[in-house]
Design a protein around this ligand. Structure first.
Ligand code: FES
Length: 111
């Protein structure tokens, strides 16, 4: 089974099993990784924003849809290897994937 390492906002790393054909967001939720996913994958938020650590891996991912691009534009702390976690489906080729969680999301602004 592929494994994925999440790098949390405080720098802590969590390596977890990531079954094929579920989204990275679902992998995070199964493992109590604090990735929000407010709209549960319906491309109506940007709280599942993740940053792919390796540019080459990012380049190999299927292209984001226009809807994903639009939502990413709203994400806090957007980088050039940002994606929405709910749109990345796990498969064997993603074994060893390393993703960072952004320090904040737009739904969690500090009052
Ligand atoms: Fe809302 Fe991914 S969970 S866009």
């Amino acid at each position: 089974m592929p494994s994925v390492t999440f790098i949390l906002a405080d720098g802590t790393e969590r390596a977890v099993d990531a079954p094929n054909d579920i989204s990275l967001l679902e992998v995070a939720h199964k493992n109590d990784i604090p990735l929000e996913g407010a709209c549960e994958g319906s491309l109506a938020c940007s709280t599942c924003h993740v940053i792919i650590e390796d540019q080459a891996v990012f380049d190999d991912l299927p292209e984001p849809t226009e809807d994903e691009e639009d939502m990413l534009d709203l994400a806090f702390g957007l980088t050039h290897t940002s994606r929405l976690g709910c749109q990345i489906m796990m498969n064997d080729s993603l074994d060893g994937l390393r993703v960072k969680l952004p320090e904040a999301t737009r739904n969690m602004s500090v009052a």
